[in-house]
Design a protein around this ligand. Structure first.
Ligand SMILES: *[C@@H]1O[C@H](CO)[C@@H](O)[C@H](O)[C@H]1NC(C)=O
Ligand SMILES: *[C@@H]1O[C@H](CO)[C@@H](O)[C@H](O)[C@H]1NC(C)=O
Ligand SMILES: *[C@@H]1O[C@H](CO)[C@@H](O)[C@H](O)[C@H]1NC(C)=O
Length: 478
Protein backbone atom coordinates (compact mmCIF):
# COMPACT_ATOMS: atom_id res chain seq x y z
CA UNK A 1 0.00 0.00 0.00
CA UNK A 2 1.48 3.31 -1.06
CA UNK A 3 0.44 6.86 -0.20
CA UNK A 4 1.73 9.72 -2.25
CA UNK A 5 2.78 12.61 -0.10
CA UNK A 6 3.46 15.03 -2.91
CA UNK A 7 1.63 14.27 -6.10
CA UNK A 8 3.84 16.66 -8.01
CA UNK A 9 7.12 14.92 -7.16
CA UNK A 10 6.51 11.27 -7.90
CA UNK A 11 9.97 9.76 -7.61
CA UNK A 12 10.98 10.42 -4.03
CA UNK A 13 8.19 11.24 -1.67
CA UNK A 14 6.28 8.12 -0.97
CA UNK A 15 5.38 6.71 2.38
CA UNK A 16 5.17 2.97 2.60
CA UNK A 17 3.44 1.20 5.44
CA UNK A 18 6.20 0.44 7.90
CA UNK A 19 5.01 -3.03 8.89
CA UNK A 20 5.70 -4.29 5.40
CA UNK A 21 9.31 -3.18 5.40
CA UNK A 22 12.64 -4.73 6.26
CA UNK A 23 15.49 -2.77 7.88
CA UNK A 24 17.23 -1.28 4.81
CA UNK A 25 13.88 -0.16 3.53
CA UNK A 26 13.14 1.59 6.79
CA UNK A 27 16.42 3.46 6.43
CA UNK A 28 15.40 4.58 2.96
CA UNK A 29 11.99 5.48 4.25
CA UNK A 30 13.43 7.64 7.01
CA UNK A 31 15.68 9.29 4.45
CA UNK A 32 12.75 9.93 2.18
CA UNK A 33 10.60 11.25 4.98
CA UNK A 34 13.37 13.55 6.18
CA UNK A 35 13.73 14.82 2.66
CA UNK A 36 10.01 15.33 2.41
CA UNK A 37 10.03 17.18 5.70
CA UNK A 38 12.90 19.38 4.57
CA UNK A 39 11.03 20.05 1.37
CA UNK A 40 7.98 21.07 3.38
CA UNK A 41 10.04 23.32 5.65
CA UNK A 42 11.81 24.88 2.66
CA UNK A 43 8.48 25.48 0.93
CA UNK A 44 7.00 27.01 4.06
CA UNK A 45 10.06 29.21 4.51
CA UNK A 46 9.79 30.31 0.92
CA UNK A 47 6.12 31.10 1.31
CA UNK A 48 6.83 33.13 4.41
CA UNK A 49 9.73 34.85 2.71
CA UNK A 50 7.67 35.83 -0.30
CA UNK A 51 4.72 36.76 1.90
CA UNK A 52 7.01 39.02 3.86
CA UNK A 53 8.51 40.68 0.83
CA UNK A 54 6.94 44.07 1.52
CA UNK A 55 7.84 44.07 5.15
CA UNK A 56 11.61 44.22 5.07
CA UNK A 57 12.55 47.14 7.27
CA UNK A 58 15.73 49.06 6.66
CA UNK A 59 18.15 48.86 9.60
CA UNK A 60 17.27 52.19 11.10
CA UNK A 61 13.50 51.59 10.79
CA UNK A 62 11.75 50.22 13.86
CA UNK A 63 8.18 49.04 14.11
CA UNK A 64 6.19 50.85 16.80
CA UNK A 65 2.52 49.94 16.46
CA UNK A 66 0.18 47.86 14.31
CA UNK A 67 -3.53 48.13 13.70
CA UNK A 68 -5.07 45.01 12.18
CA UNK A 69 -8.60 44.82 10.79
CA UNK A 70 -9.59 41.38 9.58
CA UNK A 71 -12.50 39.37 8.20
CA UNK A 72 -13.34 35.99 9.77
CA UNK A 73 -12.06 32.87 8.02
CA UNK A 74 -14.02 30.54 5.72
CA UNK A 75 -17.51 29.76 6.98
CA UNK A 76 -20.64 27.87 6.10
CA UNK A 77 -23.10 29.78 3.89
CA UNK A 78 -25.55 32.17 5.56
CA UNK A 79 -28.53 30.38 3.99
CA UNK A 80 -29.36 26.66 4.04
CA UNK A 81 -27.03 24.84 1.69
CA UNK A 82 -29.05 22.33 -0.33
CA UNK A 83 -26.35 19.67 -0.74
CA UNK A 84 -25.66 19.44 2.98
CA UNK A 85 -21.94 19.66 2.38
CA UNK A 86 -21.10 21.65 5.53
CA UNK A 87 -20.47 20.03 8.88
CA UNK A 88 -21.11 23.23 10.81
CA UNK A 89 -24.33 25.22 11.08
CA UNK A 90 -25.27 28.31 9.05
CA UNK A 91 -22.64 31.03 9.13
CA UNK A 92 -20.26 29.20 11.47
CA UNK A 93 -16.53 29.01 10.92
CA UNK A 94 -15.29 25.84 9.22
CA UNK A 95 -12.04 24.03 9.98
CA UNK A 96 -10.60 25.70 6.87
CA UNK A 97 -11.61 29.06 8.32
CA UNK A 98 -9.93 28.31 11.65
CA UNK A 99 -6.81 27.29 9.82
CA UNK A 100 -6.77 30.51 7.77
CA UNK A 101 -6.86 32.70 10.85
CA UNK A 102 -4.50 30.43 12.75
CA UNK A 103 -1.95 30.77 9.92
CA UNK A 104 -2.44 34.53 9.95
CA UNK A 105 -1.70 34.44 13.69
CA UNK A 106 1.50 32.40 13.11
CA UNK A 107 2.51 34.88 10.47
CA UNK A 108 1.85 37.79 12.85
CA UNK A 109 3.98 36.05 15.45
CA UNK A 110 6.83 35.51 13.02
CA UNK A 111 6.71 39.10 11.89
CA UNK A 112 5.80 41.09 14.98
CA UNK A 113 7.18 38.94 17.80
CA UNK A 114 10.13 37.09 16.34
CA UNK A 115 11.45 39.40 13.65
CA UNK A 116 10.46 42.89 14.77
CA UNK A 117 10.36 42.35 18.54
CA UNK A 118 7.31 44.60 18.68
CA UNK A 119 5.49 42.31 21.11
CA UNK A 120 6.72 40.20 24.03
CA UNK A 121 7.24 36.47 23.39
CA UNK A 122 4.60 35.65 25.99
CA UNK A 123 1.17 37.26 25.77
CA UNK A 124 1.32 40.60 27.57
CA UNK A 125 -2.19 42.01 28.08
CA UNK A 126 -0.93 45.62 28.18
CA UNK A 127 0.47 45.38 24.67
CA UNK A 128 -2.66 44.22 22.86
CA UNK A 129 -6.21 45.43 22.50
CA UNK A 130 -8.36 42.77 20.89
CA UNK A 131 -11.98 43.25 19.96
CA UNK A 132 -14.31 40.94 18.12
CA UNK A 133 -17.83 41.50 16.88
CA UNK A 134 -20.26 39.44 18.92
CA UNK A 135 -20.78 36.78 16.26
CA UNK A 136 -19.73 33.13 16.66
CA UNK A 137 -17.56 33.04 13.56
CA UNK A 138 -15.58 36.17 14.43
CA UNK A 139 -15.06 35.05 18.03
CA UNK A 140 -13.92 31.61 16.80
CA UNK A 141 -11.69 33.35 14.28
CA UNK A 142 -10.16 35.58 16.94
CA UNK A 143 -9.32 32.60 19.13
CA UNK A 144 -7.81 30.79 16.14
CA UNK A 145 -5.62 33.74 15.25
CA UNK A 146 -4.51 34.33 18.85
CA UNK A 147 -3.61 30.67 19.21
CA UNK A 148 -1.33 31.17 16.20
CA UNK A 149 0.13 34.33 17.71
CA UNK A 150 0.58 32.89 21.18
CA UNK A 151 0.63 29.12 20.83
CA UNK A 152 0.25 27.46 24.23
CA UNK A 153 3.72 26.35 25.28
CA UNK A 154 3.45 25.67 28.98
CA UNK A 155 0.76 25.57 31.63
CA UNK A 156 2.31 28.48 33.51
CA UNK A 157 1.49 30.74 30.62
CA UNK A 158 -2.06 29.49 30.29
CA UNK A 159 -2.74 29.89 33.99
CA UNK A 160 -1.39 33.43 33.93
CA UNK A 161 -3.57 34.65 31.10
CA UNK A 162 -6.52 32.69 32.44
CA UNK A 163 -6.34 34.62 35.68
CA UNK A 164 -5.83 37.89 33.81
CA UNK A 165 -9.00 37.10 31.95
CA UNK A 166 -11.13 36.41 34.99
CA UNK A 167 -9.70 39.26 37.07
CA UNK A 168 -10.16 41.91 34.43
CA UNK A 169 -13.55 40.53 33.36
CA UNK A 170 -12.49 40.97 29.76
CA UNK A 171 -12.34 37.37 28.70
CA UNK A 172 -14.85 35.22 26.94
CA UNK A 173 -17.00 33.22 29.30
CA UNK A 174 -15.45 29.77 29.79
CA UNK A 175 -16.47 27.38 27.02
CA UNK A 176 -19.16 24.83 27.76
CA UNK A 177 -18.57 21.46 26.17
CA UNK A 178 -21.44 19.06 25.64
CA UNK A 179 -20.84 15.81 27.50
CA UNK A 180 -17.89 17.30 29.34
CA UNK A 181 -18.75 15.40 32.53
CA UNK A 182 -17.97 12.13 30.84
CA UNK A 183 -14.87 13.56 29.21
CA UNK A 184 -13.55 15.15 32.34
CA UNK A 185 -11.69 12.10 33.62
CA UNK A 186 -9.89 11.63 30.32
CA UNK A 187 -9.14 15.32 30.04
CA UNK A 188 -7.88 15.65 33.59
CA UNK A 189 -5.48 12.82 32.95
CA UNK A 190 -3.96 14.58 29.97
CA UNK A 191 -4.47 18.28 30.66
CA UNK A 192 -3.55 20.17 33.79
CA UNK A 193 -6.60 22.40 33.36
CA UNK A 194 -10.26 21.68 32.92
CA UNK A 195 -11.19 22.07 29.31
CA UNK A 196 -14.19 24.26 30.07
CA UNK A 197 -12.11 26.89 31.79
CA UNK A 198 -9.54 27.12 29.04
CA UNK A 199 -9.08 30.72 27.93
CA UNK A 200 -5.73 31.44 26.35
CA UNK A 201 -5.98 35.11 25.50
CA UNK A 202 -8.87 37.42 26.36
CA UNK A 203 -11.03 38.65 23.52
CA UNK A 204 -13.34 41.60 24.09
CA UNK A 205 -16.77 40.36 23.21
CA UNK A 206 -19.07 41.89 25.76
CA UNK A 207 -19.65 45.42 24.48
CA UNK A 208 -23.27 46.47 24.52
CA UNK A 209 -24.94 47.56 21.30
CA UNK A 210 -24.74 51.22 20.43
CA UNK A 211 -22.42 52.26 23.20
CA UNK A 212 -19.82 54.90 22.37
CA UNK A 213 -17.29 52.05 22.44
CA UNK A 214 -18.94 49.98 19.74
CA UNK A 215 -16.97 51.34 16.84
CA UNK A 216 -16.71 48.34 14.62
CA UNK A 217 -20.31 47.27 14.04
CA UNK A 218 -22.77 49.54 12.21
CA UNK A 219 -24.89 49.13 15.37
CA UNK A 220 -22.54 51.62 17.03
CA UNK A 221 -23.72 54.27 14.59
CA UNK A 222 -27.50 54.20 14.29
CA UNK A 223 -27.42 56.39 11.18
CA UNK A 224 -25.25 53.86 9.32
CA UNK A 225 -27.16 50.88 10.69
CA UNK A 226 -30.60 52.18 9.74
CA UNK A 227 -29.39 53.37 6.34
CA UNK A 228 -27.96 49.94 5.60
CA UNK A 229 -30.90 47.92 6.89
CA UNK A 230 -33.39 50.09 4.95
CA UNK A 231 -31.48 49.73 1.68
CA UNK A 232 -29.73 46.40 1.48
CA UNK A 233 -32.73 44.34 0.41
CA UNK A 234 -34.37 46.92 -1.90
CA UNK A 235 -34.40 46.34 -5.65
CA UNK A 236 -33.84 50.07 -6.29
CA UNK A 237 -30.50 50.01 -4.41
CA UNK A 238 -28.94 47.85 -7.11
CA UNK A 239 -30.90 49.21 -10.09
CA UNK A 240 -28.09 50.24 -12.47
CA UNK A 241 -25.68 47.48 -11.49
CA UNK A 242 -28.18 44.66 -11.58
CA UNK A 243 -29.36 45.68 -15.09
CA UNK A 244 -25.85 44.81 -16.17
CA UNK A 245 -25.04 41.78 -13.98
CA UNK A 246 -28.39 39.96 -13.81
CA UNK A 247 -28.43 38.95 -17.50
CA UNK A 248 -24.98 37.39 -16.99
CA UNK A 249 -25.74 35.52 -13.75
CA UNK A 250 -29.48 34.75 -13.69
CA UNK A 251 -29.42 31.62 -15.87
CA UNK A 252 -26.19 29.94 -14.74
CA UNK A 253 -26.71 30.57 -11.01
CA UNK A 254 -30.35 29.44 -11.21
CA UNK A 255 -29.31 26.30 -13.10
CA UNK A 256 -26.51 25.57 -10.60
CA UNK A 257 -29.19 25.26 -7.92
CA UNK A 258 -31.63 23.30 -10.14
CA UNK A 259 -34.24 26.07 -10.15
CA UNK A 260 -37.31 25.96 -12.38
CA UNK A 261 -37.92 28.51 -15.14
CA UNK A 262 -40.34 30.45 -12.94
CA UNK A 263 -37.87 30.44 -10.02
CA UNK A 264 -35.06 31.64 -12.27
CA UNK A 265 -37.22 34.46 -13.61
CA UNK A 266 -38.11 35.55 -10.09
CA UNK A 267 -34.50 35.86 -8.85
CA UNK A 268 -33.51 39.30 -7.50
CA UNK A 269 -30.00 40.67 -7.21
CA UNK A 270 -29.99 39.96 -3.46
CA UNK A 271 -31.08 36.36 -4.16
CA UNK A 272 -28.13 36.04 -6.54
CA UNK A 273 -25.88 37.46 -3.84
CA UNK A 274 -27.09 34.85 -1.32
CA UNK A 275 -26.63 32.00 -3.78
CA UNK A 276 -23.20 33.32 -4.78
CA UNK A 277 -22.30 33.22 -1.11
CA UNK A 278 -23.12 29.49 -1.11
CA UNK A 279 -21.03 28.97 -4.26
CA UNK A 280 -18.03 30.77 -2.78
CA UNK A 281 -18.29 28.83 0.48
CA UNK A 282 -18.47 25.50 -1.37
CA UNK A 283 -15.59 26.50 -3.63
CA UNK A 284 -13.44 27.41 -0.63
CA UNK A 285 -13.97 23.98 0.93
CA UNK A 286 -13.13 22.14 -2.30
CA UNK A 287 -16.65 20.86 -2.94
CA UNK A 288 -17.35 19.55 -6.47
CA UNK A 289 -18.60 22.51 -8.54
CA UNK A 290 -22.36 22.41 -9.11
CA UNK A 291 -21.98 24.18 -12.45
CA UNK A 292 -19.13 24.96 -14.83
CA UNK A 293 -19.17 28.75 -14.74
CA UNK A 294 -17.19 30.71 -17.30
CA UNK A 295 -14.49 32.96 -15.88
CA UNK A 296 -16.67 35.99 -16.64
CA UNK A 297 -19.59 34.49 -14.69
CA UNK A 298 -17.31 33.60 -11.79
CA UNK A 299 -15.95 37.15 -11.76
CA UNK A 300 -19.46 38.56 -11.26
CA UNK A 301 -20.34 35.91 -8.68
CA UNK A 302 -17.45 37.34 -6.66
CA UNK A 303 -18.20 40.95 -7.48
CA UNK A 304 -21.85 40.60 -6.43
CA UNK A 305 -20.54 40.20 -2.89
CA UNK A 306 -18.69 43.48 -2.93
CA UNK A 307 -21.67 45.32 -4.43
CA UNK A 308 -24.01 44.20 -1.64
CA UNK A 309 -21.43 45.35 0.92
CA UNK A 310 -20.99 48.84 -0.54
CA UNK A 311 -24.14 49.95 -2.36
CA UNK A 312 -26.62 49.97 0.56
CA UNK A 313 -24.44 52.45 2.50
CA UNK A 314 -24.42 56.08 1.38
CA UNK A 315 -21.13 57.99 1.26
CA UNK A 316 -22.29 60.00 4.28
CA UNK A 317 -23.29 56.92 6.30
CA UNK A 318 -19.94 55.32 5.44
CA UNK A 319 -18.07 58.48 6.43
CA UNK A 320 -19.72 58.50 9.86
CA UNK A 321 -19.25 54.80 10.46
CA UNK A 322 -15.63 54.53 9.31
CA UNK A 323 -14.62 57.76 11.07
CA UNK A 324 -15.90 56.09 14.22
CA UNK A 325 -14.03 52.88 13.41
CA UNK A 326 -10.77 54.74 12.99
CA UNK A 327 -10.87 57.03 15.98
CA UNK A 328 -9.43 54.63 18.56
CA UNK A 329 -6.70 53.27 16.29
CA UNK A 330 -5.78 56.88 15.41
CA UNK A 331 -5.58 57.81 19.09
CA UNK A 332 -3.39 54.76 19.65
CA UNK A 333 -1.05 55.73 16.79
CA UNK A 334 -0.72 59.19 18.27
CA UNK A 335 -0.14 57.96 21.79
CA UNK A 336 2.57 55.59 20.59
CA UNK A 337 4.31 58.36 18.62
CA UNK A 338 4.31 60.54 21.74
CA UNK A 339 5.72 57.71 23.86
CA UNK A 340 8.61 57.31 21.46
CA UNK A 341 9.22 61.05 21.29
CA UNK A 342 9.26 61.09 25.10
CA UNK A 343 11.85 58.25 24.96
CA UNK A 344 9.73 56.10 27.22
CA UNK A 345 11.25 52.69 27.90
CA UNK A 346 8.07 51.18 29.29
CA UNK A 347 7.34 47.97 27.37
CA UNK A 348 3.89 47.52 28.86
CA UNK A 349 2.10 49.89 26.51
CA UNK A 350 -0.27 49.31 23.63
CA UNK A 351 1.49 47.95 20.53
CA UNK A 352 -1.20 46.05 18.68
CA UNK A 353 -4.84 46.66 18.06
CA UNK A 354 -6.88 43.88 16.48
CA UNK A 355 -10.45 44.30 15.26
CA UNK A 356 -11.91 40.97 14.24
CA UNK A 357 -14.85 41.63 11.98
CA UNK A 358 -16.63 40.86 8.71
CA UNK A 359 -16.33 41.57 4.99
CA UNK A 360 -18.60 44.61 5.38
CA UNK A 361 -16.08 46.43 7.59
CA UNK A 362 -13.11 45.49 5.40
CA UNK A 363 -14.86 46.39 2.13
CA UNK A 364 -16.06 49.76 3.42
CA UNK A 365 -12.69 50.73 4.86
CA UNK A 366 -11.06 49.81 1.57
CA UNK A 367 -13.55 51.94 -0.33
CA UNK A 368 -13.31 54.85 2.12
CA UNK A 369 -9.49 54.96 2.01
CA UNK A 370 -9.58 55.62 -1.77
CA UNK A 371 -6.38 53.69 -2.50
CA UNK A 372 -4.54 54.70 -5.68
CA UNK A 373 -4.63 52.16 -8.54
CA UNK A 374 -6.05 49.39 -6.40
CA UNK A 375 -8.96 47.34 -7.70
CA UNK A 376 -10.64 44.61 -5.71
CA UNK A 377 -13.23 42.16 -6.96
CA UNK A 378 -14.33 40.90 -3.56
CA UNK A 379 -13.16 40.52 0.03
CA UNK A 380 -12.19 36.86 0.49
CA UNK A 381 -12.36 35.11 3.88
CA UNK A 382 -9.67 36.27 6.34
CA UNK A 383 -8.88 39.38 4.25
CA UNK A 384 -6.88 41.72 6.43
CA UNK A 385 -5.43 45.17 6.80
CA UNK A 386 -2.22 45.86 8.68
CA UNK A 387 -1.48 49.53 9.34
CA UNK A 388 2.14 49.57 10.48
CA UNK A 389 3.62 52.57 12.28
CA UNK A 390 7.43 52.72 12.15
CA UNK A 391 10.07 55.23 13.13
CA UNK A 392 13.56 55.96 11.90
CA UNK A 393 16.01 55.89 14.82
CA UNK A 394 18.77 57.71 12.97
CA UNK A 395 16.35 60.45 12.06
CA UNK A 396 15.15 60.79 15.67
CA UNK A 397 18.72 61.03 16.96
CA UNK A 398 19.85 63.66 14.49
CA UNK A 399 18.54 67.17 14.89
CA UNK A 400 15.37 67.59 12.89
CA UNK A 401 13.02 70.51 13.09
CA UNK A 402 9.97 68.25 13.01
CA UNK A 403 10.47 64.86 14.61
CA UNK A 404 7.05 63.69 13.38
CA UNK A 405 8.75 63.38 9.99
CA UNK A 406 10.72 60.44 11.41
CA UNK A 407 7.53 58.34 11.66
CA UNK A 408 5.88 56.55 8.79
CA UNK A 409 2.80 54.39 8.21
CA UNK A 410 2.69 51.49 5.81
CA UNK A 411 -0.73 50.17 4.82
CA UNK A 412 -0.94 46.53 3.77
CA UNK A 413 -4.05 44.81 2.47
CA UNK A 414 -3.61 41.06 2.28
CA UNK A 415 0.09 41.87 2.37
CA UNK A 416 -0.11 44.10 -0.71
CA UNK A 417 0.93 47.71 -0.12
CA UNK A 418 -1.87 50.27 -0.41
CA UNK A 419 -0.91 53.74 -1.58
CA UNK A 420 -2.75 56.86 -0.51
CA UNK A 421 -3.03 59.96 -2.69
CA UNK A 422 -2.20 62.49 0.04
CA UNK A 423 1.08 60.67 0.78
CA UNK A 424 2.08 60.18 -2.86
CA UNK A 425 1.55 63.88 -3.61
CA UNK A 426 3.45 65.02 -0.51
CA UNK A 427 6.33 62.61 -1.21
CA UNK A 428 6.62 63.85 -4.75
CA UNK A 429 6.62 67.49 -3.67
CA UNK A 430 9.31 66.83 -1.07
CA UNK A 431 11.39 64.73 -3.48
CA UNK A 432 11.08 61.61 -1.28
CA UNK A 433 11.56 58.45 -3.31
CA UNK A 434 9.05 56.32 -1.45
CA UNK A 435 5.37 55.49 -1.67
CA UNK A 436 5.05 54.96 2.05
CA UNK A 437 3.25 57.64 4.05
CA UNK A 438 5.11 59.99 6.35
CA UNK A 439 3.09 59.85 9.58
CA UNK A 440 1.74 63.38 9.25
CA UNK A 441 0.61 62.70 5.66
CA UNK A 442 -1.18 59.56 6.79
CA UNK A 443 -2.97 61.62 9.44
CA UNK A 444 -3.81 64.24 6.81
CA UNK A 445 -5.23 61.56 4.51
CA UNK A 446 -7.43 60.01 7.20
CA UNK A 447 -8.44 63.49 8.31
CA UNK A 448 -9.50 64.48 4.81
CA UNK A 449 -11.87 61.49 4.69
CA UNK A 450 -13.21 61.77 8.25
CA UNK A 451 -16.38 63.41 9.48
CA UNK A 452 -15.61 66.75 11.13
CA UNK A 453 -18.83 67.55 13.02
CA UNK A 454 -20.36 66.09 16.15
CA UNK A 455 -19.92 62.40 15.40
CA UNK A 456 -21.90 61.14 18.39
CA UNK A 457 -24.90 63.35 17.56
CA UNK A 458 -24.91 62.41 13.86
CA UNK A 459 -24.51 58.71 14.58
CA UNK A 460 -27.24 58.69 17.18
CA UNK A 461 -30.19 59.51 14.92
CA UNK A 462 -31.74 57.24 12.27
CA UNK A 463 -30.86 58.22 8.71
CA UNK A 464 -34.40 59.23 7.70
CA UNK A 465 -35.11 61.48 10.69
CA UNK A 466 -34.96 65.29 10.47
CA UNK A 467 -31.42 66.46 9.68
CA UNK A 468 -29.74 67.51 12.88
CA UNK A 469 -28.39 71.03 13.40
CA UNK A 470 -24.92 69.45 13.52
CA UNK A 471 -25.24 68.50 9.89
CA UNK A 472 -24.11 71.89 8.57
CA UNK A 473 -20.64 71.45 10.05
CA UNK A 474 -20.17 68.45 7.80
CA UNK A 475 -17.46 68.87 5.18
CA UNK A 476 -16.29 65.94 3.15
CA UNK A 477 -12.82 67.12 2.22
CA UNK A 478 -12.29 69.53 5.13
C1 LIG B 1 -17.79 20.44 -15.64
O1 LIG B 1 -16.84 20.06 -16.61
C2 LIG B 1 -16.12 18.86 -16.30
C3 LIG B 1 -15.05 18.67 -17.36
O2 LIG B 1 -15.55 18.86 -18.65
C4 LIG B 1 -17.11 17.70 -16.23
O3 LIG B 1 -16.43 16.52 -15.89
C5 LIG B 1 -18.15 17.99 -15.16
O4 LIG B 1 -19.13 16.98 -15.11
C6 LIG B 1 -18.83 19.33 -15.42
N1 LIG B 1 -19.67 19.64 -14.27
C7 LIG B 1 -20.93 20.03 -14.39
C8 LIG B 1 -21.66 20.27 -13.10
O5 LIG B 1 -21.49 20.17 -15.46
C1 LIG C 1 11.91 46.33 26.93
O1 LIG C 1 12.18 45.36 25.92
C2 LIG C 1 13.49 45.43 25.42
C3 LIG C 1 13.57 44.48 24.25
O2 LIG C 1 12.98 43.24 24.56
C4 LIG C 1 14.48 45.13 26.53
O3 LIG C 1 15.80 45.20 26.05
C5 LIG C 1 14.27 46.15 27.65
O4 LIG C 1 15.10 45.84 28.74
C6 LIG C 1 12.83 46.19 28.11
N1 LIG C 1 12.65 47.32 29.01
C7 LIG C 1 12.07 47.22 30.19
C8 LIG C 1 11.93 48.50 30.97
O5 LIG C 1 11.66 46.16 30.63
C1 LIG D 1 16.55 57.40 8.30
O1 LIG D 1 16.93 58.72 8.56
C2 LIG D 1 18.23 59.04 8.11
C3 LIG D 1 18.56 60.47 8.62
O2 LIG D 1 17.49 61.34 8.37
C4 LIG D 1 18.31 58.89 6.61
O3 LIG D 1 19.61 59.16 6.15
C5 LIG D 1 17.91 57.45 6.23
O4 LIG D 1 17.86 57.31 4.83
C6 LIG D 1 16.57 57.11 6.80
N1 LIG D 1 16.27 55.70 6.57
C7 LIG D 1 15.18 55.29 5.94
C8 LIG D 1 15.04 53.83 5.77
O5 LIG D 1 14.35 56.08 5.51
Amino acid sequence: MVFKLFSDDVKTYQIVIIAQLRQPQIKTLIYQMTKALLYTIATAALLFASAGIHSVQANDEKLAFVYELVRHGARAPIIEEPKGWFQVKLGLLTATGMRQRNLLGSYNRQRYVEREGLLDEVYNPSQLYIQSTGVDRTIQSTYSELLGMYPPTNTQQLKKSLSEGSISDKAMPPMKIRGSVGLEGTLKATLPLYLDSYVNVPVYSFLAKNTPDDDIQPGGCTYALTYNSDHWNKVATYAGISDFIMPILREPVGKAFGYTRAEIDALTFVNIYMLSDVLLAENMEGDTPRYNFTSEQWHYIREAQKIVLLEPISDFARELWITKQFRKPMQAFHQRVNEILAQSNNNDTLRYMLYSAHDVQVANVLHWLQPVDFEVIDVPYASNFHFELSYNETCLQTETPNKYQCFSVKVLYNNEPIHLGTCLDANQKAGRHTKTCIYTDFIAHIDSLSFKGDLAAECERPWNSEPSPFRKSHQISG
